[in-house]
Design a binder for this molecule. Structure first.
Ligand SMILES: Nc1ncnc2c1ncn2[C@@H]1O[C@H](COP(=O)(O)OP(=O)(O)OP(=O)(O)O)[C@@H](O)[C@H]1O
Length: 275
């Protein structure tokens, strides 16, 4: 059973981001004479995120977490559903005329699991971090360089690191570069997809603490996608538990973890390491 109608369990204020009734089916073409294979990745899923809030999306592999993140940021289109941010329609796939605002115009940033493969090895850190600003074309070279150095320092790197290349950094440092690259665009919402899963546990804690500090400083909201409920417990104000493309449980993180109502949440708590 999904709980998609029960989406406004925040403080009652109008949410910043409203995601409503998202449905997505992938169709893989068959080999030779077989039928195409359909996978329902998301089924009528709704979530809300308030200003400055950290929402955890937790669930096992294949539950639809990444698809949800990709649809919110604009890397994928849903079959059905709506997304609004601060009252502005970003996606409306319910009527006859579909509205899908381009990713670069949404004010939503994303950081990925593998900071190495998500950073082009041939680009300098300066080019990587400033790419969004260069494309936007609103700032001059000097201002862009200042911003790059400011954001590198903010994520715990040095201004002089701007002239290095991704292979010169550790996994944790590369994730910091990915964070600077996303935050330099001043997103209202940051989506982190398994952003610490590839890192050693001690480095995971450093990156989680950095994200908490940056959220306090820059006031963005965050959707943190993970299979690790221990990370949710440490970081997230609220959590949505997903199974097979549906939300099976949601609420304040500590309420859900202390007394999980759904059998699937209990199995996640038993199966997944706590940090
Ligand atoms: N491009 C695609 N083409 C076909 N099927 C896809 C595609 N992307 C995702 N799927 C399928 O949709 C379902 C949900 O996948 P998704 O990656 O969103 O889950 P997830 O919870 O993020 O899993 P993981 O933690 O393993 O990344 C899975 O069954 C997956 O195989």
């Amino acid at each position: 059973m999904s709980v998609s109608s029960d989406v406004t369990q925040n403080d009652g204020a109008t949410p910043l981001l409203c995601v409503r009734g998202i449905t997505k089916t992938f169709v893989r073409s068959a080999r030779l004479f077989g039928k195409p294979v359909e996978t329902v990745a998301l089924q009528n899923l709704s979530v809300d995120v308030s200003d400055g809030e950290i929402l955890g999306i937790v669930g096992e592999s294949g539950s639809g977490k990444t698809t949800l993140g990709r649809i919110i940021v604009g890397l994928d289109e849903p079959d059905k559903g709506q997304i609004t941010m601060a009252g502005r329609v970003l996606v409306d796939c319910d009527g006859e005329n579909r509205t899908v605002v381009h990713a670069s115009k949404r004010g939503i940033g994303m950081i990925f699991q593998d900071p190495y493969s998500s950073l082009n090895p041939r680009m300098s850190i300066r080019s990587l971090v400033s790419e969004g600003l260069q494309i936007a074309g609103t700032l001059g070279r000097r201002e862009i360089n200042d911003q790059v150095e400011q954001f590198l320092t903010m994520v715990g790197l040095r201004a002089s690191d701007a002239d290095k290349y991704p292979h010169q950094f550790s996994g944790g440092q590369r994730q910091r570069i990915g964070i600077a690259r996303a935050l330099i665009m001043h997103p209202k919402v940051l989506i982190a997809d398994e952003a610490v899963s590839a890192l050693d546990v001690s480095v995971q804690m450093q990156v989680l603490n950095l994200l908490l500090d940056l959220r306090d400083k820059l006031k963005f909201a965050m959707i943190f996608i993970t299979h690790n409920i221990g990370v949710v417990e440490y970081l997230c104000d609220r959590v949505v538990v997903m199974s097979q493309g549906e939300a099976v449980e949601r609420g304040e993180t500590h309420a859900v973890i202390d007394s999980p109502a759904h059998e699937y949440t209990r199995s996640l708590l038993e199966a997944v390491p706590r940090i």
